[in-house]
Design a protein. Structure first.
Lengths: 421, 330
C-alpha cells in the first residue's frame, strides 16, 4: 500500500501546486426575500468580535426582522478565502475591506456603492474617504483608522542624557538623537530603521514632499528626488550605525529590538498602544511622540478598515444599510469603549485616547490633520511585491538608493500600466 | 508504521517501474503486467475494480481533474474573480522570457543537488543503525525520525533561531572554535545552502527508515556466504549491501528529486518577503506562489506549474532509463 501511494506521488508529480489553482468555479448562491433576513458579516480580528456582535445586536434592535451572522476568518486566510468565495458567489453580504485590496474589488464590480446609503463623508477623516472612493463613488464606510507615531524608550533616553522627542522634531533631530543613543558596548541602537512601508518610508516620502503613487493610482512616484530623500533617511540611519542592519532586522523581528530594550526608538501605528500597555517588559518605559518633520512636514499615512457591501447580495438594500450602520456614530461608540481600535467617526475618538492615559495617544488623532492616504491601486499586491523585493536590496546595501529606486519606479510603472490595460 | 516498513522488499520497486507507462524499457515484470491487463475484466477483474475504485475516484477528482483544469488555466488570462479569456501560448512565451525564471531554475537545481547529498548520508546512518550489536538502537531510530513527524512550521522557526546572525546557536558554537559567523539566512551566498541543510535534516528520517527496511530485506544467507569467502565488512558493504540496496536507493532518489524540485515551505517560512537573499533563493514553486497568490496572475502561475510538471517528468524518465545501469533486482 505504501508503495502504491509513492507511485501515485511520483506520477502526480507537481499536482500539489496544481490543486491550489484549480479552485475557481462559478455559480450563484441566490435566495429571495421572504420576510426574515439573515445577513452574513465577514471580519478577521477575533479581538474585535465582541464589539462586532454588539453592533449586530444593535442593528437587529432597529430592524427586528434582520439578524446578522458574523463570520470570523483569520487575517492570513481572509483575502484568499474572500477572493475564492466571491468567484463562487458565496461571499458574505457585508465584510471588512482594507486599502491594498479595495480597488481590486471595487473595479471588478464586487462591491455595491454606498452613495444611497446614509453615509455622510464629512463625518470621517478625508484620507479614509479617499481610500474607499473609486471612480467618484464611495464603496466603503470607514470603520476605524490608524496613523503612525514615534515610540521611544524613556529609560534609554535618560541613560544617554537625550531629551525626549517633541512635536517640533525634524529629521535632523531624529538622526542626532539616534546617533547619541547608539551604544555598541551595550548593544543598544538609537532606532530601528526597518523596511516597513506604513510605519516608516511611506511617511518619510510624504514628509519629503513626494508620493509613492499618484492620487489616481496610475503613476509610480518612486522616480522622484523626494522619494529618494524619503528612502535615504532610513538607509542613512543604517549606514551611520544608528540602526541594526537589514540583515539583523531580517534575522530578528525589527520590533523585538524595541521590545527588548535594544533600540530606543521605533515608529509604529496606533494599534501598538494596547500591545505595549499589556507588555510588562516595556509598558512603563515607553511613550509616543509625533513623527519628526521632513522638508514638507510630519505627515503620517492613514489607513483603516472599511465596511463594504457585496454587490451580489440577495438582500442588497439591507446589506448597504448595515455597512453604513456598522460605521455609524452608534457603532463607533461601541468600538471606542472596547478600546481595541480608533473609530473612524469624527468626535468619537476621545474615548480611545483616554483608555490609556499613561501614553500621549492624542498624537495619533492630531496626525489626522496632515495625514496622507495609504498608497493603493487596482492591483496593489502586484507592485508591493516588487517594492518589497527591490527595497530589500536597497536596505541591504547591494543596490544604491538611486539605482534601486530607478529600477523600482520602472518595474512598478510596468505593473501599473498592466493594470489599466 | 514499522510493520509496514518491515514488509518492504526490493520487489515493489520493480512494480513501480512496471506500472509506469513510458518508463523503462519493458522488463519481464512489465510484460507480464501488460498481458494481465489485456485479458479483460474477468471475475477477479471486477473484484480488483471494486478495491481500487475508491482510490481511483479520489485520484480522478483530486489529482487528474485539477491537473486538466490547470492545463486549461495555463492557456488563459483570468480575472481575479473568475472569468477568463483564451490567450494560447502567451503565458508560456512570457514565462520563458522572465528573467526571474532563470534564477528560480538555477536555485531549484542547486537545492536539489545539495539535498541529494542526504542520500549517501542516510545509507550510512541506516547501515550503522542496522548493526545488531548497537545499544539503544530504538532510541537512535526515534531521534532520526522525529523531524519527519514535526510540523514544517515548527522546524522552520527553530532553524531560523539557530541561524540567527546575532543570537543564533550556530554562531555561538562557531565562535567557540574561533570562526566568525554570519547572518546565514540573509547572506545571498549562504541562504540557499542553509535551507538545503534543513531540507536534508528534515528528510533524513524517512530515507533512513526506507534504507533500514531494504537492509533487513537482504537475506542472511548471502552474508554468510560472503563470510565464508573471507570478505571483510568494507568489502561486504560495497559488494553485497550496496547492490542489494540499490532498488531502495533508486526509489529514494526518485522521490527526493521530486520533493526537492517542489520545495516551497522552507523558503517561504525561513526567509520571508523582505529578505535580501531572496533572488538567490527563490525556487520555482515560490515563483509560482508569487505569480498566483501575490500578483493575482493565475494563468501565468498555471504555466509555471506545468513547466515544473514537465521538468519533473523528464527528470524522472531519465532516472528510470539510467537505473538499468546500476540498479540490481534480485
Amino acid at each position: 500500500m505504501l508503495h502504491s501511494t509513492r507511485t501515485v506521488a511520483a506520477l502526480a508529480a507537481s499536482s500539489v501546486a496544481l490543486v491550489a489553482l484549480a479552485a475557481c468555479s462559478s455559480g450563484d448562491a441566490g435566495g429571495g426575500d421572504t420576510g426574515d433576513v439573515t445577513l452574513t458579516y465577514g471580519i478577521w480580528d477575533p479581538n474585535q468580535e465582541p464589539a462586532m456582535e454588539e453592533i449586530a445586536a444593535a442593528f437587529t434592535e432597529e430592524h427586528p426582522d434582520v439578524t446578522v451572522d458574523i463570520q470570523l476568518t483569520p487575517y492570513k486566510e481572509y483575502f484568499t478565502k474572500l477572493q475564492t468565495s466571491v468567484s463562487g458567489g458565496a461571499a458574505p453580504d457585508v465584510f471588512w475591506m482594507n486599502g491594498p485590496n479595495f480597488q481590486l474589488y471595487a473595479s471588478n464590480g464586487v462591491l455595491a456603492p454606498l452613495d444611497d446609503a446614509s453615509v455622510e463623508t464629512s463625518d470621517y477623516p478625508q484620507g479614509l474617504v479617499d481610500l474607499y472612493t473609486f471612480d467618484g463613488s464611495l464603496y466603503g464606510a470607514p470603520k476605524d483608522f490608524d496613523t503612525v507615531g514615534l515610540w521611544y524608550n524613556t529609560e534609554l533616553f535618560d541613560a544617554a542624557g537625550v531629551e525626549y522627542p517633541t512635536a517640533d522634531w525634524t529629521w535632523a533631530d531624529l538622526e542626532a538623537a539616534a546617533a547619541k543613543l547608539t551604544n555598541p558596548a551595550t548593544g543598544v541602537y538609537g532606532i530601528t530603521a526597518s523596511q516597513y512601508g506604513q510605519e516608516n518610508f511611506y511617511n518619510s516620502i510624504a514628509q519629503a514632499g513626494g508620493e509613492v503613487i499618484s492620487t489616481d493610482g496610475t503613476e509610480s512616484g518612486y522616480g522622484s528626488p523626494e522619494a529618494l530623500e524619503g528612502i535615504a533617511l532610513w538607509t542613512d540611519l543604517i549606514a551611520a550605525g544608528s540602526s541594526p542592519t537589514a540583515q539583523q532586522m531580517t534575522d530578528t523581528n525589527p520590533e523585538d529590538f524595541f521590545l527588548s530594550g535594544k533600540s530606543a526608538m521605533f515608529q509604529n501605528g496606533s494599534w501598538a498602544a494596547v500591545a505595549y500597555a499589556e507588555n510588562p517588559d516595556i509598558a512603563e518605559k515607553v511613550n509616543v511622540a509625533p513623527l519628526p518633520a521632513g522638508p514638507e512636514g510630519n505627515q503620517s499615512v492613514i489607513h483603516g478598515i472599511g465596511n463594504v457591501a457585496n454587490a451580489k447580495s440577495a438582500h442588497l438594500d439591507v446589506a448597504t444599510e448595515f455597512a453604513a450602520f456598522a460605521s455609524s456614530e452608534a457603532a463607533a461608540k461601541i468600538q471606542a469603549e472596547s478600546g481595541t481600535v480608533i473609530p473612524a467617526f469624527n468626535g468619537t475618538q476621545d474615548t480611545w485616547v483616554k483608555a490609556l492615559p499613561q501614553y500621549d495617544l492624542q498624537v495619533y488623532i492630531d496626525a489626522l490633520e496632515t495625514a496622507v492616504p495609504y498608497p493603493v491601486s487596482k492591483n496593489t499586491a502586484a507592485w508591493t511585491a516588487i517594492e518589497s523585493e527591490v527595497l530589500a536590496q536597497v536596505w541591504a546595501g547591494t543596490l544604491t538608493p538611486e539605482a534601486g529606486l530607478q529600477q523600482l519606479a520602472d518595474e512598478m510603472q510596468a505593473a501599473l500600466d498592466a493594470e489599466s490595460e | 508504521m514499522t510493520d509496514l516498513i518491515a514488509q518492504r522488499t526490493a520487489a515493489p520497486i520493480a512494480e513501480l517501474d512496471g506500472g509506469r507507462p513510458g518508463g523503462a524499457a519493458p522488463g519481464p515484470g512489465r510484460a507480464a503486467a501488460g498481458k494481465r491487463r489485456r485479458r479483460g475484466p474477468g471475475q477477479s477483474g471486477w473484484w480488483a475494480l471494486l478495491f481500487i475504485g475508491p482510490t481511483a475516484a479520489g485520484l480522478l477528482a483530486f489529482y487528474l481533474w485539477p491537473t486538466v483544469r490547470t492545463l486549461i488555466l495555463s492557456f488563459t488570462k483570468s480575472g481575479p474573480f473568475g472569468g477568463s479569456e483564451f490567450v494560447g501560448f502567451d503565458n508560456y512565451a512570457e514565462l520563458l522570457q522572465d528573467p526571474e525564471l532563470i534564477g528560480a531554475l538555477r536555485n531549484t537545481a542547486v537545492y536539489t543537488v545539495i539535498v541529494l547529498i542526504g542520500i549517501p548520508l542516510a545509507v550510512g546512518i541506516a547501515a550503522l543503525l542496522n548493526t545488531t550489536n548497537l545499544r539503544g538502537r530504538g532510541v537512535y531510530r526515534t531521534l532520526y525520525f522525529i523531524p519527519v513527524v514535526t510540523m514544517p512550521a515548527a522546524i522552520a522557526l527553530v532553524w531560523r533561531m539557530i541561524y540567527n546572525g546575532d543570537y543564533g546557536v550556530l554562531n555561538e558554537v562557531l565562535g567557540v572554535v574561533g570562526i566568525d559567523g554570519r547572518s546565514w539566512l540573509t547572506d545571498p551566498n549562504t541562504a540557499l545552502v542553509a535551507i538545503a541543510v534543513v531540507g536534508i535534516w528534515a528528510g533524513l528520517g524517512t530515507n533512513i527508515v526506507i534504507f533500514l527496511a531494504g537492509l533487513q530485506g537482504i537475506p542472511d544467507t548471502v552474508m554468510e556466504a560472503a563470510d565464508l569467502d573471507g570478505a571483510g565488512p568494507v568489502r561486504k558493504f560495497f559488494s553485497i549491501t550496496m547492490p542489494l540496496l540499490s532498488p531502495s536507493i533508486f526509489f529514494v532518489s526518485v522521490i527526493s528529486v521530486i520533493g526537492a524540485l517542489q520545495v516551497f515551505d522552507l523558503v517561504y517560512m525561513m526567509l520571508g518577503r523582505n529578505n535580501p537573499a531572496m533572488p538567490n533563493t527563490r525556487t520555482i514553486v515560490y515563483l509560482f506562489y508569487q505569480a498566483g497568490f501575490l500578483d493575482n496572475e493565475r494563468g501565468y502561475a498555471a504555466a509555471i506549474a506545468f513547466l515544473l510538471l514537465l521538468i519533473i517528468l523528464v527528470l524522472t524518465v531519465v532516472q528510470f532509463r539510467l537505473q538499468k545501469k546500476w540498479v540490481h533486482y534480485e
